[in-house]
Ligand binder design. Structure first.
Ligand SMILES: *Cc1c(COP(=O)(O)O)cnc(C)c1O
Length: 379
């Protein structure tokens, strides 16, 4: 079935009880049972709720996964995955990983005796070198934030398989429309549904998608035991967003290409990061493993610093200065102070997150308005 058809119909059959065409918001904490142990599959909404089940089925279908679990946020979804590990275990990840993931690693899971290694990511062999006898998990993000480095998922998956290590991929930046890591050999996919999946900057959520039944059972146990579940209203909003994921992603990408090309030719811009440009160092890998390049574009202002960058962002009228990404509206972000504030300065400089760097989340507004806004602010 086509992606768009699945996004509109999977998990979303008319309501069995009433015929409601759209999955209802089951705003209930509990379910009346007909007799002891006799019920319609639902007992208590931490364990499961019909609106949440609809989203879990829908997102699993879009990632071509057998199982899906929804969480209260992307980080809650990550927390469940890292809870698969035991004290003494080791995780290999990319240096450019989401800041909240680093915080979860270094300030929470490090207290439970789990250790971490960071590799740059564009050479798959680096992962091989970082794996030790206690490595249990490789945690990838691709494209990375904010420099949009592409990691070769298939190559890392074959290394992980050979060494008996689980491979999980944070697929938030690409969305399942452009990239499906399970098909490339990953074991687990995590989504911050807050971003492209919900797509309207109005809800926080996360999901884990996978094929392995025993890992699914363990994660489902964590979902119920920790209780970081999304409420039915949030789940409903996310489901509403999912239905238009395909058309939104196509427009995000078309607009992002135009912005990337415009910035590339602009005399006040020293560097542009967009995996769709042939000049991008990982362009070939991106072409192989993604069916599109997404809607994120980063760039450096020539001789830019915090003051000149601030003057630029204050002049923007269509782009909003804000954290987050993946919504219908265009956003601009200054990673050094906004998304990567928690990253130690030395590490931030090594990553190239400096005072001249800006990240754009390209929305689905008219492209002429976006280009005109950037042009007047750069002038
Ligand atoms: C936003 C984000 C997260 C965290 O998700 P929340 O929903 O904010 O908890 C994780 N990974 C990536 C790549 C993100 O952009």
């Amino acid at each position: 079935m086509d992606f768009s058809t699945m996004a509109i119909h999977e998990g979303q059959a008319p309501d069995a009880a009433t015929g409601a065409t759209v999955v209802p918001v089951y705003q209930t904490s509990t379910f009346t049972q007909q007799g002891i142990g006799e019920h319609k599959g639902f007992e208590y909404s931490r364990l499961s709720n019909p609106t949440r089940t609809a989203l879990e089925v829908s997102l699993a279908a879009l990632e071509h996964a057998r199982y899906g679990l929804a969480f209260a946020s992307g980080l809650a979804a990550e927390h469940a995955v890292f809870s698969l590990l035991n004290p003494g275990d080791h995780i290999v990840t990319v240096a450019n990983v989401y800041g909240g993931t680093v915080r979860l690693f270094e300030r929470l899971f490090s207290r439970y005796g789990i250790t971490f290694s960071y590799v740059e990511g564009s050479d798959a062999q680096e992962f091989e070198g970082a794996i030790g006898s206690n490595t249990k998990l490789i945690w990838l993000e691709t494209p990375t934030n904010p420099l949009l480095t592409i990691v070769d998922i298939e190559a890392v998956a074959s290394i992980a398989r050979a060494r008996g290590v689980l491979l999980a991929v944070d697929n938030t930046f690409a969305s399942p429309y452009f990239q499906r890591p399970l098909e490339l050999g990953a074991d687990i996919v995590v989504q911050s549904t807050t971003k492209y999946i919900a797509g309207h900057s109005d809800v926080i959520g996360g999901a884990v998608l996978l094929n392995d039944a025993s890992i699914y059972e363990e994660l489902r146990f964590f979902q119920n035991t920790i209780g970081a579940i999304p409420g039915p209203q949030d789940v409903w909003l996310t489901l509403r967003g999912v239905k238009t994921l395909a058309v939104r992603m196509r427009q995000h990408e078309t607009n992002a290409f135009a912005v990337a090309r415009f910035l590339q030719d602009h005399p006040r811009v020293s560097q542009v990061y967009f995996p769709g440009l042939p000049q991008h160092p990982n362009h070939e890998v991106a072409r192989r493993q993604m069916s599109g390049f997404g809607g994120m574009v980063s760039f450096r202002l020539k001789e830019g610093n915090r003051e000149s960058v601030n003057a630029f962002v204050k002049k923007l009228k269509v782009f909003s200065l804000a954290d987050s990404l993946g919504g219908v509206e265009s956003l601009v972000c200054f990673p050094m102070v906004m998304t990567h504030d928690a990253v130690p300065e030395k590490q931030r400089l090594e990553l190239g997150i400096t005072g001249d760097l800006l990240r754009l989340s390209i929305g689905i507004e008219g492209i002429d308005d976006l280009l005109a806004d950037l042009k007047q602010a750069l002038a």
